[in-house]
Design a protein around this ligand. Sequence first.
Ligand code: FMN
Length: 393
Amino acid sequence: MQNSDSGERTSEAGFDLDQVDRLLTTTRAVRKRLDFDRWVSDELIFECIDLAEQAPTGGNDASRRWVVIRDQDLKDRLGELYAEVGTIFINARGRLDGTGHPKEHIVSSSAYLVENYAKAPALVMLAIWGIHDDSGRPGLFDSAIPSAWSFNLALRSRGLGTAYATMLNNKSDEVAELLGMPPGLTTLVCFPVAYTKGTDFSPAPRRPASEITYFDQWGFTRQRPSDDGTARVADGQGVVAEIDTDARPRAVWDVITDISMPAQFSEEFLGAEWTSDGDPGVGSTFRGRNSIPDVFDWETDCIVTAWDERTAFEWRVTDTENPGAVWRFDLAEQGGGSRLRFSMLIGQENNGTVPMALRDPAKEQRVLNRRRDVLRANMQRVVEGVKAIVDGD
Ligand SMILES: Cc1cc2nc3c(=O)[nH]c(=O)nc-3n(C[C@H](O)[C@H](O)[C@H](O)COP(=O)(O)O)c2cc1C
């Protein structure tokens, strides 16, 4: 990357990275800010489809087809079908409005689109030849989705917007009849396309790459990029184990905040006792007991560094500034149940692994990975154990 005198970032390939990054980070689902009163020309739609068609397809098959719906009667019919599926959003809005629920905003926005779908100056349907049969073969959804997203980006770059609206897929027979589509096609998405009211959109909060990218082994994280691609202590090596439960976060929270619970499942952790008084919270302390049978036993002093009811419980070992390890449970609502994420980070000091890893740079990665293999196995047992407790499996 080069920085010009004006502060612009130009990539080695000659792209203005500020502009590219802005496009990639601010192409949002737009619903309430679609301008239904402004006409969108066919010319612009062709332009965006031409750009979208540069996307890859399996086998380079030219199987995608686009249908632009302009006729108001047809749009109204599609709007009615969309609303038949979308009543769930209208009903949910009634329940969530004003509650501050994390889904309040998206539900209200989606319900607005349900009520206004037919007002878009164009509905643009993306279909592909072939029937999606869950066979595992590439070519259908896989070959259409890359271009669907490019279409979104092309729209955004030209001041237009849309939402990736898929609900008509539940009415594919009715849609096919309305649009005169023969059998043998799969429809994917029908975009309401309009200019946006204003062009300022913000990046969305998303998990950083360092938390969801694993190196060489599932669950092996790296806090910082490594210089040579290998695992180094200095880059902050971690482990993640995740599981989905049917139980809601409230039930899972009670289990994961029982500090001795992991001892039922881990082959290394024996149990823990609170060493501070009062209700647990940030700043509370506990002592954990561990054992690698026939090798050694050790205790850890732990300090709670996050305690967000039903969301996050984190503790640091030995020292909050230079922790030997940072351990954390994260909980999120997921599909009516919860997703539990159990993660740990190997600290830079105050633990047994680092001196061993640093003894010989040639063996640093091997030592770190061997330790992480053990940690991952235990953490996996713990999340499976939590699931068994809360779901009663
Ligand atoms: C596969 C898929 C299906 C979606 N279906 C709908 C839909 O039917 N209706 C709708 O209003 N939004 C739909 N969306 C948009 C998402 O709700 C939206 O992308 C998400 O809330 C994140 O918002 P953002 O795109 O602004 O970051 C869909 C998105 C995807 C990727």
